[in-house]
Design a protein around this ligand. Sequence first.
Ligand code: 3PG
Length: 403
Amino acid sequence: MKKRLQNTDVKNKTVVLRVDYNVPMRNNQILDDSKIKETLETINYLLDQNCKIVILSHLGKVKTEKDKETKSLRPVGERLSSLLGRQVYFSELNYGIEVYQRVKALKPQELILLENTRFLDLPNKLESNCDPQLSEFFASLGDVFVNDAFASSHRKHASTYGISMYLETCIGFLMQKEIDAIDKYILNATHPFTIVMGGSKIDDKLSLIKNLLPKCDHMLLGGGIANSALYALGFEVGESLVNDDPEIVKEIQDLLLKYKDKIVLPFDAIVGSTYDPNYVKYKRINEIGKNDMINDIGTITLQEYEKIINQSSTIFINGTMGIYEDIKFANGTKELLSILARSNKTVIAGGGDAASSVKNLGYKDKLTYVCSGGGATLEYISLGHLKALENVKDEEEVETLEI
Ligand code: 3PG
């Protein structure tokens, strides 16, 4: 385990704290502040330790100057301020001598949130390309770096990884909670271990799927991932979302062959049509027509998946079974969560869409654990480590060095 905050001397120090405040926003309003609330334990601990706190985060992807209009962290700073019941200063600048001087003028128990680190991606991708000078600058702001941005830790960016090359680093309480849960429930899963893999794009998840297949006993597919697998097997999938890149199709075919005893595909579907937004029809997979779009799994699939779930000890769900945001195609995802909730098995949900659907459909408290990260959760599960933490010392290593 990486060096933990509670085992690091931060008393009276200036701490650079990387969090993941990549919250959903509309019209500069925060739609869900869970990611901010989840960092309060670490922040309150640092306040108790009389620290000065410099907070770094990204928000969304910043590719054009226009993106900056909707990706400012200012509203996040205001929400953090009201959650903490104390002032959080906000700095529009996040690089340069003025920022350095402002940070050096902080008093104990004062907090400052710097503007979205990805604003520094324009024009030269300084943050995302882990620019050494920017990394060193972030490090110069404090005495200790606390990384609590679990959901960003699959990225080797200046504010997640680069800074750790120049500053003593430890991991905060949210990061610890996430890693401990994945270690316990997934990496050391009690078998039979079933993975429910959904979501729209298979190319995003192909390497994860490859890594997970040897570790699980069953993998049940849904969403666009299942469509691509059906397509690779030669089924008619009409206008459904699929990846038809010949190289990807070949990779999928190879996996379906190699793991034919583990991978389970939908037997039926709820389809829509490109021509009529109100069209909804139940079909068996071999009845899908040229204009159909497979948008959800059907009842036979649910029954078959339930049988496998009930024979499992641990289930990990990633992604959704269909376009659950559209009421016409929400049943598969909703019913599957209901099956998981009443299964009395160890059930973990992970990945951005799975976590959102679990929350939006009211199952957050009915599952064993819901991981907060998207890509980071999947990376940690498949690789067993997080790129941003590669430079952080292990607890044992720290103890040995101190003897
Ligand atoms: C997330 O929401 O999954 C994290 O904030 C990472 O976001 P990113 O994919 O834009 O790096």
